[in-house]
Design a protein around this ligand. Structure first.
Ligand code: HEM
Length: 398
């Protein structure tokens, strides 16, 4: 088979957007190494809403397969998946999320202070990563004594997840151990299920049956990774974009109420999860291309979000696109659409607001490194940070 693109190639890594643009124009249903990639918005949406033909039960990475046992809700299809989502949603919404904001802002400030003082930082390791880990820890009510272990586990998992075999399994198992420990703690000391995900899941009934604690640990293990890797890389992408757009920086410093619109547009422009995948349950034709039963199909959200059929001048940043928040695919589409969307919007907004208000200017201070498929965004981001008040003595005297 001749392939239309190779996500492992240097060409792809250098500029994934160029590859996606070519495929959208020439091969909308593109042949990858051993899976198909859907690059147009309409095809992604139609497959994401047809769970009978395109199942998540064989895993959601492009190659297929699941590390460990299947985890709710990600590796299940409706209707079971939908029932489960109903019981897991409350802690992700409304008041609970809002109540996290103040503490999170303090955390962002305390991380930024020494970085601004030094004038330079590697923003993924020194800002985005600790920020997202501790935000997740706060959301899940992880006790302080278990936080360092969670942080180590997440780092180890993310360092190994693209490799095959023993290292990945070990890293996943370490996350499972942490998840089981937290589940055990909540079984003996439950919290309010309206604001604590683990307590909510332990009390939930799916298909008329009480959730098994091991299944709850599986969901938690999923949230540890899903809730960290994408927001981390999204914060990185936002900072990277701002570093190259000094006018936008000034505009947002002057009018911080525009930050949410900027976040939404950056989620569209640099969609962090390049592609979750499905498996065809029968032979089916998508946009003229026959896909055979058992073949894998990646939904390239990063590409769909730059489809000119939906977004005018899709490669340019526009602060006031109409309804962009409802239409972009950064959080997916259909039954599996991300439950963490409002949590992430808060996280991104506060991370940027605090960075902008602590600095007078930020700029790149070296070559960023970028992730390969299936994420999209920087994994290393050296930044120069110019303090808002260069003269601290005078600043405090004002
Ligand atoms: C910028 C940040 C984030 C992005 C871009 C993102 C993106 C996504 C996408 C595209 C999906 C759909 C997967 C699919 O179609 O198979 C998804 C699912 C999911 N996300 Fe997120 N996510 C983010 C943050 C979070 C956070 C903070 C959490 C939890 C604390 C979270 C938890 C989940 C879970 C549990 C699922 C599985 C839902 C299901 O299968 O029904 N995500 N996310």
């Amino acid at each position: 088979v001749t392939i239309d693109f190779d996500p492992a190639s240097a060409e792809f890594r250098r500029d994934p957007h160029a590859t996606w643009a070519r495929l959208r124009a020439e091969h909308p249903v593109a042949r990858g190494p051993d899976w198909w990639a859907l690059t147009r918005y309409a095809d992604i949406v139609s497959v994401a809403t047809d769970d009978r033909t395109f199942t998540s039960t064989h895993g959601v990475n492009a190659r297929g397969g699941i590390i460990g046992p299947p985890r709710l809700p990600m590796h299940f299809d409706p209707p079971r998946q939908t029932q489960f989502r109903r019981v897991m949603n409350e802690p992700f919404l409304g008041e609970n999320v809002a109540s996290i904001e103040g503490e999170f802002r303090e955390l962002a400030r305390s991380l930024l202070e020494p970085l601004v003082e030094q004038g330079a930082a590697e923003m993924i390791a020194q800002y985005a990563s600790p920020l997202t880990t501790r935000f997740l820890g706060r959301f899940l009510h992880v006790p302080a004594a278990m936080l360092a272990e969670l942080s180590r586990g997440i780092d180890q998992f993310e360092a190994n997840v693209t490799l095959d075999g023993a290292a990945t399994d070990a890293a996943s198992e370490a996350m499972y151990r942490h998840a089981r420990e937290l589940v055990d703690l909540r079984r003996s000391e439950p919290l309010d299920p309206r604001s604590d995900l683990v307590s909510a899941l332990l009390g939930a009934h799916v298909d008329g049956e009480r959730m098994d604690p091991e299944a709850v640990a599986g969901t938690l293990r999923l949230v540890y990774i899903a809730g960290h890797i994408a927001p981390k890389i999204a914060i990185g992408s936002c900072i990277l974009f701002l570093a190259g757009a000094p006018d936008l920086q000034s505009q947002l410093r002057e009018r911080p109420e525009l930050v949410p619109a900027a976040v939404e547009e950056l989620l569209r422009l640099e969609t962090p999860n390049a592609g979750f995948a499905r498996q065809a349950t029968r032979d089916v034709v998508v946009n003229g291309q026959l896909i055979r039963e058992g073949e894998r199909v990646a939904l390239v959200f990063t590409s769909g979000d730059r489809d000119a059929a939906v977004f005018e001048e899709p490669a340019s940043f526009r602060l006031h696109r109409d309804r962009v928040a409802n239409r972009h695919l950064a959080f997916g589409h259909g039954a599996h659409k991300c439950p963490g969307a409002s949590l992430s919007r808060l996280e991104l907004r506060v991370a940027l607001e605090e960075l902008l208000s602590a600095t007078a200017h930020v700029a790149l201070a070296g070559e960023p490194e970028t992730s390969g498929w299936a994420l999209h965004g920087p994994t290393r981001l050296p930044l120069a940070l110019q303090a808002r008040f260069v003269d601290y003595a005078n600043a405090t005297a004002r």
